[in-house]
Design a protein around this ligand. Structure first.
Ligand code: ADE
Length: 245
């Protein structure tokens, strides 16, 4: 597996946090001390400290383009020591229930398809990779924290992203079978690609709001708020376990 090789210490600088929706970030922002905002590229970056660590958090909007723009802007402006993508996802792996947490071992873009040209499904031809690995140290630490603050099941595995809300058996089955994904969402893999290309360590931590099936459109609005709050509670704990900088 390819690895992020440059900024692996996780020691100095901003901790970057990206969520797609307000509900995925608002509790983190309200935990900040000395909060201030900066705007760039139409995005609001919230700067402040959480447990004495400098943090920068942003709501990127849904989908791969929005999230890639946000991650690249964050890296160029703030040079974060890592980026953590936090929020909700559809649980599509065996035994993944609403309220569980899935931490990415790696991410894949399930709708990236140049197989007609001989590439593998999901392969990014310019990188010659299908799966991009999340930072192992950061992900291990997140799961360790989750074991103490999280009341749902904990899982580590592939998270698949695409510009599509998954709510039915065909897409569900394809993503699960083609990529062995445990969860589907719309931003983690594009943030992962930006981080990979900039050699910035990343983690994707998602609380399950639905199961990507025929009831997903009903479950998502019902459980998204609660799931988003759970993943943010975990974030504050995780931040407090990263070195002070
Ligand atoms: N985020 C939360 N649930 C999702 C789903 N079913 N598909 C895509 N993104 C999601």
């Amino acid at each position: 597996m390819p690895q992020c090789t440059e900024k692996t210490s996780l020691h100095a600088g901003f901790i970057g946090i990206i969520g797609a929706m307000d509900i995925e970030i608002e509790k983190i922002v309200s935990s900040m001390e000395n909060h201030r905002e900066e705007t760039a590229g139409g995005l609001v970056f919230h700067l402040g400290t959480i447990r004495r660590r400098n943090c920068v958090a942003a709501v990127c909007g849904e989908g791969k383009v929005n999230s890639a723009i946000c991650a690249q802007t964050m890296i160029l402006r703030y040079d974060p020591r890592c980026i953590i993508n936090v929020g909700v996802a559809g649980g599509i792996g065996e035994g993944i229930a609403i309220g569980d947490l899935v931490a990415a071992s790696s991410v894949v873009q399930h709708d990236f398809d140049t197989s007609a040209l001989g590439h593998k499904p999901g392969e990014i031809p310019s990188l010659k990779e299908v799966f991009l690995p999340a930072d192992e140290t950061l992900t291990n630490l997140a799961l360790e924290c989750a074991a103490s603050v999280y009341d749902g099941g904990l899982h580590r595995g592939v998270i698949a992203s695409g510009d599509q809300f998954i709510a039915g058996p065909d897409a569900f089955k394809r993503i699960r079978e083609q990529f062995g994904a445990l969860a589907c969402e719309m931003e983690g893999a594009s943030i992962g690609q930006v981080c990979f290309m900039n050699k910035t360590p990343f983690a994707v931590l998602r609380a399950i709001s639905d199961n990507g099936n025929s009831t997903a459109h009903v479950d998502f609005p019902k459980f998204a708020q609660e799931a988003a709050e759970k993943s943010q509670k975990l974030m504050v704990e995780l931040i407090s376990r990263l070195p002070e900088a």
